[in-house]
Design a protein around this ligand. Sequence first.
Ligand code: SAH
Ligand code: SF4
Ligand code: F3S
Length: 442
Amino acid sequence: MSAAVPKTFFLETFGCQMNAHDSEKVVGTLLGQGYLQVPTVEEAGLVLYNTCSIRDKAEQKVFHRLGDYKKLQKQGKQFGVLGCVAQQEGEKIFDRAPHVSLVCGSASYRKLPEMLVQIAAGNQRVTGLDDRETDECFETEFTARTNPHRGYITIIEGCDKFCSYCVVPYTRGKERSRTSDSVCGEARQMADRGYTEIQLLGQNVNSYKDPAGKMTFAELLTAVGEVPGIRRVRFTTSHPRDFGRDIVDAIDASAALCDHVHLPVQSGSDNVLNAMQRLYTRQQYLERIGWMKSAHRELSITTDVIVGFPGETESDFEQTLLLLKQVEFDAIFGFKYSPRPNTPSLSLENAIPDEEKSRRLRTLQEAQKAIQTSRHQRHVGRQVEVMVEGKNDVRGHWLGRTSQNKLIGFTVPDGSVPRVGSYVPVVTTVSFPNSLMGEMVL
Ligand code: SAH
Ligand code: SF4
Ligand code: F3S
């Protein structure tokens, strides 16, 4: 009898950090089921895409991929679509791409082992589509983390905010948190394995509600920061409505909590915020910025902005530009509004033409570049602790991240070779709009 041929899989991930971390858990689950991960589609028996549908472009990517590889089905390969497009499009994917045999949304990943058995048995239409039903989080002991020093922990899944433009409440199910005991347990386990940085994840991480009623979000941050061995705690993404002053107090009180908050504003105009159903006003947003600006340590503040939402006037847009100048963000992620299936904003009138959206996006990015160019200069001459991430082999310098989440390239004294994952002191010598350069000091 010949030895059993191992079942192989290839997985490509699109989208946000939640998806990246889900993929680590999916990979862990497949390895736990005896599958072997391979680096190319060609080598794989099972080809999986963990997909994103936040904007139309993201969604189209997966259909392009599926189109590219359709012919490989004849070689006996099986295809699966996971993540947000899977949940959004459901069984329609089988019609559009008949070579797909698995469609599974993120709220059904805990059923993956059963679904894998069905696929291996040759079932052509296996689905896991929970659609806002489940109360459970995807907790698994099999998480194949890709970085040995810095790792994610999901603390809350789903979203109940229903911003009028957004697919997430439909693709990721209802908001549900893990217990603080379970989160702290995972943090301790990671620290035991040598992790020093933890990033707590959630679509709205600060809407966290401990099902055991033990800890608030700010208390959970503090508790994770107190886990022996953990030197850095980050959290993303925060929602302005649920952003309490206690989060800034927690950062003030604990050096392990990083000097960075990502707080998406989306627009600087109350009219647009209202039409987006964002649940806060410009003034309330600025109040939260005020708390952060008066923190004991200097916090880096980053945000997301959508331009060209239906009905956004020139003066609404100018309010956003004004807000950028007022806050002086350290970085922004700007997006053109993309109409999404099932969302209420689809029926809004006064759509903005694409060329105008592009113009606003360019204007936004130019304004922000000027702000970042001057704002980043404050780092020059300062000494900060940097987590070493690796070496830029082309340029010969090292790369790392500061507590403020800035990417910094640095040179090292002759003969010293910093260990990846270690923390070294670096003095910044030059600033660029998106990064810094410096010298490691001994
Ligand atoms: N939960 C987070 C954001 C999640 S999605 C929050 O509420 O802030 C990440 C970003 O994608 C959003 O902040 C928003 O700026 C952008 N985005 C979401 N839906 C979009 C759409 N339909 N068109 C363009 N950008 C969108
Ligand atoms: Fe989407 Fe709004 Fe939920 Fe963020 S809070 S995930 S933008 S619905
Ligand atoms: Fe995309 Fe889903 Fe994340 S839509 S941004 S992968 S939550």
